[in-house]
Design a protein. Structure first.
Length: 180
């Protein structure tokens, strides 16, 4: 009995150390991916923590592409949050949904313009095919083509072409937002 208990304790300590290492190695990139998607620091922190909570509760069976797994979970959580946000906003009045947080910026007008631009980008991403939107968010978060292929489970040879199409689609949709 003692041997089994020692093995269980050793495995639990090993998992905690492994989790801590994974968290430290990947936190900033996972957070940045989600922040670029949702545009809100607090929500991005919550979603990044949820990503690591999912990893802690049920890690992927194959560990060789852990970063791809983490980014895929983070992006999916981010898109779920955007969809939930859109549903909520349909039920809110315009005045109630337009809450401007105080920010430390020297020029509040510029922050408002940036927040509006971020919302436009999020709206355009929401109109795109999910895989194209995920591809753009991850690429502009600094992932390499290899990491993109792993995170989205696509052929590495197709990443460049798919990325070019996604960028064209984004530009077309964004020009409609700006013009409209």
């Amino acid at each position: 009995m003692t041997v089994t208990a020692e093995k269980i304790n050793f495995n639990a300590r090993h998992s905690a150390r492994e989790f801590e290492t994974v968290f430290e190695d990947h936190w900033s990139r996972v957070y940045n991916v989600v922040f670029r998607l949702v545009g809100d620091q607090d929500e991005a922190q919550d979603l990044a923590l949820e990503t690591f909570w999912q990893y802690y509760r049920k890690p992927p069976s194959k560990r060789e592409n852990l970063s791809g797994w983490l980014y895929r979970v983070a992006v999916n959580l981010g898109f779920n949050a955007l969809r939930a946000r859109k549903r909520r906003s349909n039920y809110e009045t315009e005045a109630g949904s337009m809450v401007i947080e105080e920010q430390k910026a020297a020029e509040p007008e510029q922050e408002i313009v940036l927040a509006e631009r971020r919302k436009e980008v999020q709206d355009v991403l929401g109109q795109m095919k999910p895989q194209s939107a995920k591809l753009l968010v991850l690429r502009y978060s600094g992932l390499t083509y290899t990491e993109l292929a792993a995170a989205l489970k696509i052929n590495p040879a197709s990443v460049g072409k798919m990325l070019a199409r996604a960028q064209d689609d984004f530009e077309r949709l964004f020009s409609l937002v700006e013009g409209g």
